[in-house]
Design a protein around this ligand. Structure first.
Ligand SMILES: Nc1ncnc2c1ncn2[C@@H]1O[C@H](COP(=O)(O)OP(=O)(O)O)[C@@H](O)[C@H]1O
Ligand SMILES: [Mg+2]
Length: 255
């Protein structure tokens, strides 16, 4: 489903990712964790085809990715749910969620309305379709961005299932709003029939939304294992991350 091999990314000469490899099965939900600046968002942007690797390659659904997504003729279905919900302020909630469907022109207005209302209902939003993003709380805006990720904007010719990418989906939310978003990650991924990669620092998010964890530091995956192993592991990287210890193998670069 997803395979990265010997993947490296450098920004202006400084290496961020150093020959990382990664494999993911269809339907799997994984989390990537690691300190700020370790390159987690960079991995998501590479998978979403927003940037190209310096070295190595990415295969999605068995196809080697060699172009930026915008330059691909039959791009794989990869949906990136940003940390910031990035809703368009001048469009209503309904227009925001249906934006890509309108643009693709494969459905009529009534069909688009049905799909949008279904997606909003699934994320627990009612009576907000005609509101503007600025009229909603932060947690509700996040849910709108999840509703957007539920929309099948194209009829995929090869029946490929979507890959959903979530960048810090619960950053800045209170614990209850966090739980709601975590359950939505699982629900959205299951409803879309896809796989997901969650990038997060929040322990509850990591544990509730994924089955397997990768810990990124120093340009490499330093550890990989199940949620259960993550809780029990004596690995120094895992231990430091889990407990927020100052002492350990992970140190800020400017120290
Ligand atoms: N567009 C860019 N240009 C230059 N450097 C970048 C760019 N994007 C990210 N970086 C650098 O790459 C490193 C990893 O960034 P990022 O993937 O955002 O980390 P994380 O998401 O783990 O906090 C950081 O040192 C950051 O400054
Ligand atoms: Mg980031």
């Amino acid at each position: 489903m997803v395979e990265m091999q010997g993947l490296s990314k450098q920004w202006e000469g400084s290496p961020v990712l150093n020959e990382i490899s990664f494999k993911m099965k269809p339907g799997e939900r994984v989390a990537i964790v690691g300190p700020s600046g370790s390159g987690k968002s960079t991995i998501l942007k590479l998978l979403a085809g927003l940037i190209l690797p310096t070295k190595g390659h990415i295969c999605l659904f068995g196809e080697k990715q060699t172009f930026l997504r915008l330059d691909q003729s039959n791009p794989p279905d990869v949906r990136l749910v940003f940390q910031n919900p990035a809703l368009l302020a001048s469009l209503t909630v309904e227009e925001n969620v249906g934006f890509l469907l309108q643009r693709s022109g494969i459905l009529n207005n009534e069909e688009i309305h049905q799909q949008v209302m279904f997606a909003l209902k699934e994320v627990g939003l009612f009576d907000v379709a005609s509101k503007f993003p600025g009229q909603l709380s932060g947690g509700m805006q996040k849910r709108v961005s999840f509703a957007r990720a539920l929309i099948n904007e194209t009829v995929d010719r090869n029946n490929r299932l979507p890959l959903l990418l979530y960048d810090e989906p619960t950053a800045g939310l209170d614990p209850i709003a966090c739980t709601r978003i975590e359950d939505l990650i699982v629900k959205t991924t299951t409803l879309a029939g896809g796989s997901s990669i969650v990038v997060s620092h929040v322990l509850s998010t990591i544990e509730r939304s994924s089955e397997r964890i990768f810990l990124l530091y120093g340009g490499k995956f330093q550890w990989e294992g199940s949620i259960h192993e993550f809780r029990e592991s004596k690995n120094p990287f895992v231990n430091q991350f889990r407990n927020g210890n100052l002492q350990g193998p992970m140190q800020p670069e400017d120290n």
